[in-house]
Design a protein around this ligand. Structure first.
Ligand SMILES: Cc1ncc(COP(=O)(O)O)c(C=O)c1O
Length: 474
């Protein structure tokens, strides 16, 4: 199957092969509390139609495909309005949250090169709870990270720590609205004031919250200021492929000024081919997800998003109250939105995740880092909201006689630490068999794997995961 076919196969045969490959994928049926942002079949069908209609478009050249420009301007314009951007603010459609964040960091770096040439080692103040894609941006773009502590109870960025770590090389301060793991909004006003005071830029990562928080505010919830209404916020990221309910592959990065966005662009006329001007990292690019985002946004309207947001927030409150009233469960932080983290005390959190999997749910087991203990993360979409009462019942059942936290055998941790710290010497096939992975899938009961990875240092875990994924794709 992994060979280039000598002879073509019939349409039915190849589509059947595709269906077969997809048969064990995570389903968008309201039972997955991660990865899926789904608002039901009618919207999915609408998005599918728009997606297919946009397939011939190459977003590389919006002068040849005016629809690419019109769709982008419509979606970006609507997002600027949601984010209360001032006159003169601009934006770009990207392929996802990671790309939006990477472009915001690139723009900040190149803007500083121009306006603050004395900065030779650019740095970014980054709360421990900010998404890993900022680490990726730092690594790719040569911007140094300065880690900012978070409060161990609220999991919001500690502004005093940010202030203590501020220095003349800081070009960018980051805050999340909200953070992915715990669903809490950083003190954006204070962080932005700090950035402004020191001539740094401020990015608000609203990848997951950008299309929910404005509607929560509309619904009368108390949402702290987190967008361009805050002086000092210079850029924002908002994902349409999350709570915009568009298919994967579309987000926006927004900038307060056009000069800042100019620093994001890449132009090249120094070769023998066509002169290039790219707003994003890709050259030729699909506009399909953007086209789908456009129709979904126009179809739902503010009214539709408000209704979806209300349902998700009601469900979140029911789940929070179940967690708080169930002995042995502990909510890590009070969430500001419909995603949250909880753990077990003294039970084994990875055993609980296995039991929930056996009940047909998909949750996200997450490892300890800094003040955040190992936990289960859940992100609620409208599909989950309709099933949350059943989830709460199953959660209660799964807590019955939950065994105490088990430690992985010392010798196995030592072996994995050794693997993780060695430059080479890991047999990836042996790793897969040690972990019980077959045909690229974790076993249903994968608690023992999570306990092992959780016990490792982050650096060793990163190296083991590189080998793991390398083996999946070999
Ligand atoms: C707050 C936040 N930022 C950035 C990202 C990265 O987005 P993506 O996975 O679309 O690249 C995520 C993804 O969950 C997120 O929640």
């Amino acid at each position: 199957m992994n060979r280039f076919p000598e002879q073509g196969r019939s349409r039915e045969e190849v589509l059947a092969a595709l269906g077969d490959h997809r048969s064990r994928d995570l389903k968008g049926d309201g039972r997955a509390f991660a990865f899926v942002y789904d608002a039901g079949e009618p919207l999915r069908e609408l998005a599918r139609e728009a997606y297919a209609a946009c397939m011939p478009i190459n977003g590389l050249d919006p002068t040849v495909y005016p629809s690419a420009r019109k769709l982008e301007n419509a979606v970006v314009g609507a997002c600027l309005e949601l984010a209360q951007a001032p006159e003169g603010a601009v934006g770009t459609a990207t392929a996802g949250g990671t790309e939006s964040v990477m472009l915001a960091v690139k723009a900040a770096r190149d803007y500083a090169r121009k306006t603050r040439p004395q900065v030779t080692r650019p740095k970014m103040l980054l709360p421990q709870t900010a998404h890993a894609c900022f680490h990726k941006a730092a690594q790719y773009l040569g911007v140094e990270l300065v880690s900012v502590d978070v409060d161990p109870v609220t999991f919001r960025a500690n502004v005093a720590d940010a202030r203590a770590k501020m220095n003349p090389d800081v070009i960018l301060v980051v805050g999340s609205a909200p953070s992915y793991a715990h669903g809490v909004i950083d003190p954006i006003e204070e962080l932005a004031a700090l950035a402004l005071e020191h001539g740094a830029l401020m990015h608000v990562d609203a990848c997951v919250g950008g299309l929910v928080l404005p509607f929560m505010r509309d619904n009368g919830e108390a949402v702290p200021p987190f967008d361009f209404s805050v002086e000092g916020v210079t850029s924002m990221s908002m994902d349409l492929h999350k709570y915009g309910f568009a298919p994967k592959g579309v987000s926006v990065v927004l900038q307060r000024t056009r000069a800042l966005r100019d620093a994001q662009y890449f132009a090249c006329a120094s070769w023998t081919g066509y002169s290039i001007i790219n707003s994003t990292t890709l050259g030729s690019k699909s506009i399909s997800a953007l086209g789908a985002a456009f129709v979904v946004m126009q179809h739902l309207g503010r009214e539709g998003y408000r209704a979806q947001t209300r349902a998700m927030w009601d469900a979140t409150k029911r789940l929070v109250s179940t967690i708080e009233s169930t002995p042995g469960l502990r909510l890590l932080a009070r969430p500001d939105m419909n995603l949250l983290a909880f753990t077990t005390e003294p039970g084994d959190v990875f055993e609980l995740a296995d039991r929930l999997t056996e009940c047909g749910w998909h949750v996200q087991p997450t490892y300890a880092f800094g003040p955040s203990p190992s936990h289960i993360h859940v992100t609620l979409d409208p599909g989950n909201s309709a099933r949350v009462d059943q989830f709460c019942l199953d959660l209660g059942k799964c807590m019955n006689e939950l065994p105490a936290r088990q430690s992985p055998p010392e010798h196995v941790i030592a072996m994995l630490e050794a693997i993780g710290s060695a430059e080479a010497g890991l047999d990836p096939a042996a790793l897969m068999s040690e972990l019980g992975v077959s045909d690229g899938q974790l076993p249903t009961r994968s608690g023992s794997i999570h306990r092992l990875l959780d016990a490792m240092s982050p650096a060793a875990r990163e190296r083991v995961l590189v080998q793991f994924v390398g083996e999946l794709f070999s």
